[in-house]
Design a protein. Structure first.
Length: 884
């Protein structure tokens, strides 16, 4: 069957678009055909019709062109990509079939339109590539809407952690590696596959150097000899290749590539990230209810995104942390300054996303106007920052570039009200361009020209009552009453006779008329031309605007931290290099914010990392060392998780450079933060809870150091009590003996509290509860010592379990306790503690890990049953029973 020329054109474009839905522009509509039409009908609720209704109807669906944005949003939200195929010439002027081309491919990771983006979050496109043996991984990520571009050489175990923090909107993978990638990297992600060559290392270096206009990539801090760096660069190259291929625009706002290396920031793995709910809640992924929700009081989207970045990558350098704390401190102390800064920031637009749209050629007049208005706000902001004592604030002052030439150009050229789209016209201020004023004058009927012309002709002809008029049939004319006909100049051409007047046209009027009629088109054309000039001018200033934008983002994030610190009464933490943790009256930032004011019970936390590896030659310590491990026991609902989570959050906040909710805090910089708290969400990933728990525990035991902070909740829940207890026991021992990290271990295994007697670095804490008329009251207060019982039945009662059930449980408990069955350790399978340490008195450890069999067992083994009568056997049984 032969295809119509247009359908041939369609198929060519569709081939180029690959698996993206092809939006094929036909007149005022975007149409989709074949399978794309079916998908779109389902996805977008369009009605499915057909083209060539005959033997081979082609499924078709479409929507009016001005609804493009709205449909794009739905397409990409559903994880699809859309290739937009435009008409490249005016159909009226086209000879034969209209030329069409795919002008860009829109996907989740490449959008720059505000309508398709969350202003407060970064929108990353990421790429992952591995070597053949899957030993080295390269990860790169870019925010096309702001220009931020980074890459990291990683080991396979780090990939899922990084991806969790970056949360890319779209992930590029090589088509031949896609299936071999672990699901923890790919599950629930929008994936776009690219040909294998797009990830080539050599081509990446060339492509990146060309993109940045540099000879080598050394200047960015890469070593092109290093296999690890090459992997990272290969991923970065794949991103640039993809953007070039799909966006077909200038990408110069992506002006630098930052290498992210291990040890540059606080390492936080995926499970910790989720369980601490730093940027979003575990249950429903909201910002409210997460730490970011409490700390974010920014006034600009740039600030909100910057704060998110800071929380994702807390610092590890004491000086850098103190620099942020100095700036926050200055803003806290000078509340008037802080208020003034925040008020001024309210007039700042999202400069980063504006510039991204300007350089990619997608900006409209209102975007330029927003750039101009932002520039107009800068002098006041800069003035407020002069003479600041903290280095960061002073630095921000000098990084703010007022760009006066651009500002004045935008202000003189743009009208007070600008439309979104340039094609709507009317955005160049009158008086800004003479030609344009003239065209506009013509367009609006040119009253002045008319008056002038009329006056001149009256003067020349001596006909005082002559006037210029307009009608649809003749256009412009001169009207002369019969009384003056004799004086009409000879060159006038008579067109119409009325009762008492004649109407004439003149060559000048005709010429003028033509001008008027084409003026509308010319006004728009000229406005578009002027707009393009303004846009190019802005794009040229782009790099200066972007570094100003970065300074504004920093300022807003700092001001936000100061505002929260002031409003919530946080203090500046003392930051040091020694692995200590001394928190006085610490509070949970999020729980505190949700509970009625003043009802949160503050708690202390003191512990210190022990450098167990170099403990062979310990420097004699003058004072007793703080414990490295705090074992926290207490009934359910007492506040154990809240307490350990709050400690981890305070460490993270301090390393972000934020003040912390406490009366006083001294915090030694952590290299890694581990938290396993609350329900695991990994079940959905097809792994059993226990397997997940152990994988995570293994991760901690294999990577934590004495500089790390570890908080663990109820390790060993997912298996039988004895298994669980044994594991929890040996994990604590290992953390104590082989790692020495600052550890908070919340547990309902009451038996573990005996560890405090055996290991010098372990101390017990419990959460106070009071019994009050048979009910328990949670005091949420952490005190030294072990909890004496677990109160589970009381809690069950509080939760509304029928009275009969809780009463019976009390009975069973009493019985078990009386017969000593609560910890029947004789059933514990032989287990080898990971690191053996001779126990001082070893009582519980012995009972736990004792493997000698009971003497009765030997006697049973030695019995010669064939030589015994049933009565004898019964007697022996009776004796044993007595013995036991
Ligand atoms: P656990 O881990 O011991 O079961 P949680 O930490 O989940 O207990 O705390 C249970 C509830 O008690 C929390 O939801 C919180 O509302 C409240 N809570 C915990 N700690 C405090 C505190 N220090 N001050 C006030 N309320 C608290």
């Amino acid at each position: 069957m032969s295809l119509s020329p247009m359908m041939q054109q369609y198929h060519q474009a569709k081939e180029a678009a690959g698996d993206a839905l092809l939006l094929f522009r036909m007149g005022d509509f975007y149409e989709l055909f074949h399978d794309d039409a079916k998908t779109a009908a389902r996805l977008l609720g369009l009605s499915l019709t057909s083209r060539d209704k005959g033997e081979n109807p082609i499924p078709m669906a479409g929507f009016p062109h001005h609804q493009l944005d709205q449909y794009l949003a739905k397409i990409i939200a559903a994880g699809h990509r859309a290739a937009i195929c435009e008409q490249m010439e005016d159909p009226k002027q086209a000879k034969g079939i209209v030329k069409r081309e795919v002008t860009r491919v829109v996907s989740r990771g490449t959008v720059t339109d505000d309508a398709l983006l969350d202003p407060q979050s970064s929108n990353y496109l990421a790429a992952v590539v591995t070597d053949k043996a899957q030993e080295r991984v390269g990860l790169a990520w870019v925010d096309m809407s702001t220009g931020l571009f980074a890459c990291a050489p990683l080991s396979p175990t780090q990939v899922a952690d990084q991806l969790t923090r970056i949360a890319p909107a779209e992930l590029l993978l090589s088509v031949d590696q896609r299936d071999a990638m672990p699901t923890t990297w790919t599950l629930d992600r929008t994936i776009t596959t690219r040909p294998a060559w797009a990830f080539g290392q050599k081509q990446a270096i060339e492509l990146l150097a060309r993109h940045f206009g540099t000879q080598t990539l050394d200047g960015f801090g890469f070593n092109c000899e290093s296999p690890a760096d090459l992997m990272a660069l290969a991923a970065a190259g794949a991103i640039v290749e993809y953007l070039t291929e799909t966006q077909k625009t200038d990408l110069s706002h992506i002006s630098t590539l930052t290498p992210m290396r291990e040890g540059q920031s606080l390492e936080i793995d995926a499970a910790t990230w989720r369980s601490l709910e730093v940027t979003q809640t575990l249950r429903d992924g909201r910002r409210d209810g997460a730490l970011l929700g409490v700390l974010d009081r920014t006034t600009t989207p740039m600030g909100a995104r910057r704060l998110g970045e800071w929380l994702s990558y807390p610092l590890v350098d004491v000086a850098a942390i103190n620099a942020r704390l100095d700036a926050v401190g200055e803003l806290v102390d000078q509340s008037q300054l802080a208020t003034a800064v925040r008020d001024t920031l309210k007039n700042i637009y999202d400069l980063q996303r504006l510039i991204a749209r300007v350089t990619t050629g997608r900006a409209g007049p209102r975007d330029l106007q927003c750039v101009g208005r932002t520039l107009a706000t800068l002098p006041a902001l800069k003035a407020k920052l002069t003479g600041r004592s903290s280095t960061l604030l002073a630095g921000i002052e000098s990084r703010i570039d007022l760009c006066p030439e651009l500002r004045s150009r935008l202000e003189t050229m743009l009208a007070d009200e600008c439309p979104h789209l340039a094609r709507d016209g009317g955005f160049i201020r009158s008086g800004a361009n003479e030609k344009l004023d003239e065209f506009r004058e013509l367009m609006s009927g040119g009253k002045q020209w008319m008056a002038n012309y009329q006056a001149a002709e009256i003067e020349r002809s001596g006909i005082p009552s002559m006037k210029v008029g307009f009608n649809k049939v003749f256009g412009y004319y001169l009207e002369v009453t019969h009384a003056h006909i004799a004086k009409v100049p000879p060159e006038y051409i008579r067109k119409q006779t009325l009762k008492n007047a004649e109407r004439y046209i003149t060559p000048e009027l005709k010429e003028y008329e033509e001008k008027v009629l084409s003026a509308e088109e010319r006004v728009l054309a000229l406005e578009l031309e002027l707009f393009a000039e303004l846009r190019d001018l802005t794009a040229r200033v782009g790099p200066r605007l972007l570094s100003t934008a970065a300074a504004l983002a920093d300022l807003d994030a700092l001001a936000s931290l100061a505002e929260v610190a002031r409003a919530r009464n946080y203090v500046r933490p003392e930051i040091c290099d020694e692995p200590v943790l001394e928190i006085e009256a610490g509070r949970h930032p999020v729980v505190e914010a949700t509970e009625p004011a003043g009802s949160f019970v503050p708690n202390d936390c003191v512990c210190a990392g022990h450098d167990v590896l170099s403990a062979e030659s310990p420097a004699p310590s003058p004072e007793p060392q703080a414990p490295s491990i705090l074992l926290i026991t207490g009934p359910n609902m007492a506040g154990k998780s809240t307490y350990i989570r709050q400690t981890a959050l305070l460490v993270l906040m301090a390393q972000v450079g934020s003040f912390v909710p406490a009366r006083k805090a001294r915090i030694g910089v952590a290299d890694r933060l581990f938290a396993r708290v609350g329900a695991s969400d990994e079940l959905a990933r097809g792994q059993s809870t226990f397997m997940v728990e152990m994988t995570e525990a293994a991760r901690i035991l294999n990577t934590a150091t004495h500089r790390s902070v570890v908080v663990l909740d109820e390790i060993g829940r997912g298996t039988s009590t004895y298994d669980g207890l044994s594991l929890a026991w040996s994990i604590v021992e290992y953390l104590h003996n082989a790692i020495g990290s600052r550890t908070l271990f919340a547990t309902h295994y009451h038996e573990l509290t005996e560890l405090a007697e055996q290991l010098p670095g372990v101390a017990n804490r419990n959460v106070m509860v009071r019994e009050h008329f048979g009910k328990i009251v949670f005091l949420h207060q952490i005190v030294p010592g072990a909890a004496d019982r677990s109160y589970g039945i009381h809690v069950a009662q509080l939760a509304g379990v029928p009275k009969a059930v809780s009463a019976r449980a009390e009975e069973i408990l009493a019985e078990l306790e009386a017969t000593g069955h609560r910890v029947d350790t004789s059933h514990v399978a032989p287990a080898e503690p990971a690191v053996k340490k001779p126990s001082k008195n070893g009582s519980l450890q012995l009972t736990l890990f004792e493997t000698t069999e009971h003497p009765v067992v030997a006697q049973i083994r030695d019995l010669d049953l064939n030589a015994m009568t049933p009565l004898e056997a019964l007697q022996r049984l009776n004796e044993w029973r007595k013995d036991l």
